[in-house]
Design a binder for this molecule. Structure first.
Ligand SMILES: [Zn+2]
Length: 186
């Protein structure tokens, strides 16, 4: 029997080493670059830097192992969507969560600030405040017709005041702009 470190003749046919077969009978691909060839060929002492480079190349550096561990921990959390550990279909579950977030954003139109601390009555009134919606153009037009007909004093008339109350900031700005064109002021 040859000593383990004795020189061996090259393989006769293929020019490749002996094939290694895994438990299920499939050939293990040894051409993968996960091995650093120098690691197994000799017993030459190596510097720390060499080992650091070798560890980086084989993905066994502390950093790479740490990343692997972090990923493993993340995979141990049950999926928020399918509640499986690990998630059974990460790309599908990610799409589901994204769709849910989009729907939530759609269902929450501009809620009044501090709405979650309001009583239901206050929130109801805030949500139904006519100033939340732009008034129809006819409201702005009616105010301007009154001003043209009866002067700026028309702005103090109860009917006009009631109309003004339903105006949001944009409508008030438009009225001011049209008043300025007439040389008048609110
Ligand atoms: Zn999932």
């Amino acid at each position: 029997m040859l000593a383990p470190d004795a020189a061996r003749p090259p393989p006769a046919v293929s020019g490749q080493g002996p094939q290694i077969v895994d438990r299920l009978g499939g050939a293990i691909d040894q051409t993968a670059t996960t091995l650093v060839p120098e690691l197994s060929t000799d017993d030459v002492p190596r510097s720390r830097e060499w080992w650091a480079r070798a560890a980086e190349a084989t993905g066994t550096s502390w950093r790479a192992l740490g990343e692997l561990a972090m990923q493993a921990v993340a995979n141990m959390q049950p999926c928020q969507t399918c509640v499986s550990t690990p998630c059974r279909n990460p790309s599908f579950c990610t799409s589901c969560r994204e769709a849910d977030r989009k729907r939530e954003r759609r269902q929450q139109p501009d809620l009044p600030p501090g709405w979650d601390g309001m009583s239901i009555d206050v929130l109801w009134n805030a949500l139904n405040d006519p100033r939340r919606r732009p008034p129809p153009q006819v409201t702005v037009d009616a105010i301007m017709v009154a001003v043209r007909a009866r002067g700026v004093g028309a702005l103090k008339e109860p009917e006009t005041l009631a109309r003004l109350k339903t105006c949001n900031a944009a409508a008030i700005a438009e009225i001011d702009r049209r008043l300025a064109k007439l040389g008048a002021k609110r």
